[in-house]
Write a protein that binds this ligand. Structure first.
Ligand code: CO8
Length: 260
């Protein structure tokens, strides 16, 4: 299949998938999400010879700066719930991919971008990487697993702080908290990710797949949390504050929330 918003290359038996909308800081719009779904459920599983996958963003400024806020104003409760559910399922297909999937994060990984990085098995942060879940700035909550996976990686207290304040953290802080596996000099994110995938490529592939499956199984106990997130993401899209938050971003002004 040909892709419009994803660039896919193969190097050393590793697929490098670049989200390619640099003018929008690689924000995930509906087409990008659809293409990620196609790639992880249809195309990548057929490439049986690959050792793993690296996800990255085009340009040096941003991995992915979130879901495309410009598509938000068309959402109502039902559409938002469906969009969240579809995205969650696609991110599950990344998390459950039987070969290593590593995010090479060179810049902003915000909102859906942080969620995408967290759905990968590991994250390599360039020294300019910035992670955050800024959804509350928009009067919305994460909708692609962020409320669940952030807690898994960094614990409840810090996760709540980042979710509620919308603060961004740098690469070193992400490493200290356990969100980033490694911090590398800017421009060396993909090299480090390749090094790890090449190392894993020498191990027993069935054992590797079963490690991924078993580790994921540990977290199934909180599967209801994902369901809760989907429902509440949809409900948040029905509020006045959501329209105000997304509208304020697009109009480049501060949001005036009214709590309705
Ligand atoms: N969506 C759409 N466009 C974006 C986004 C985005 N998330 N982020 C940046 N852009 C666009 C800007 O609008 C701008 O476009 P234009 O040149 O046409 O005005 C261009 O990218 C460059 O951005 P800036 O000029 O703002 O660049 P700065 O360097 O000044 O700022 C920031 C960079 C800090 C990253 C800033 O762009 C920003 O705050 N972006 C929004 C970050 C954000 O809030 N992300 C979370 C979005 S919500 C989300 O991801 C929810 C996920 C769950 C969804 C579930 C189902 C829908």
């Amino acid at each position: 299949m040909t892709y419009q918003n994803l660039l896919i290359t193969e190097e050393e038996g590793i697929l490098i998938v670049t989200l390619n909308r640099p003018k929008a800081l690689n924000a995930i719009n509906d087409l990008t999400m659809q293409e990620l779904g196609q790639f992880f459920s249809e195309d990548a599983p057929k490439r049986s010879n690959i050792k793993g996958i690296i996800l990255t963003g085009a340009g040096d400024k941003s991995f992915v700066a979130g879901a495309d806020i410009k598509e938000f104003l068309a959402l109502d409760v039902e559409k938002a719930t469906n969009k969240s559910r579809t995205g969650n399922n696609i991110f599950f297909s990344i998390e459950r991919f039987p070969k290593p999937v590593i995010a090479a994060v060179q810049g902003f990984a915000l909102g859906a971008g942080c969620e995408l990085a967290m759905a990968c098995h590991m994250r390599i942060a360039g020294e300019k990487a910035r992670f955050g879940q800024p959804e509350v700035n928009l009067g919305i909550i994460p909708g692609y697993g962020g409320t669940q996976r952030l807690v898994q990686y960094i614990g409840k207290g810090k996760a709540l702080e980042l979710l509620l304040t919308a603060d961004m953290i740098g690469a070193e802080e992400a490493y200290r908290l356990g969100l980033a596996n490694h911090v590398v000099p800017a421009g060396e994110e993909i090299t480090k990710a390749k090094e790890i995938i090449n190392k894993i490529g020498k191990k027993g592939p069935i054992a590797v797949a079963k490690c991924i499956e078993a580790v994921n199984a540990y977290f199934q106990y909180d599967a209801d949390g994902y369901e809760k997130e989907i429902t509440e993401f949809g409900n948040a899209a029905g509020t006045v504050d959501f329209k105000e938050g997304a509208g304020a971003f697009i109009e480049k002004r501060r949001a005036n929330f009214v709590g309705k």
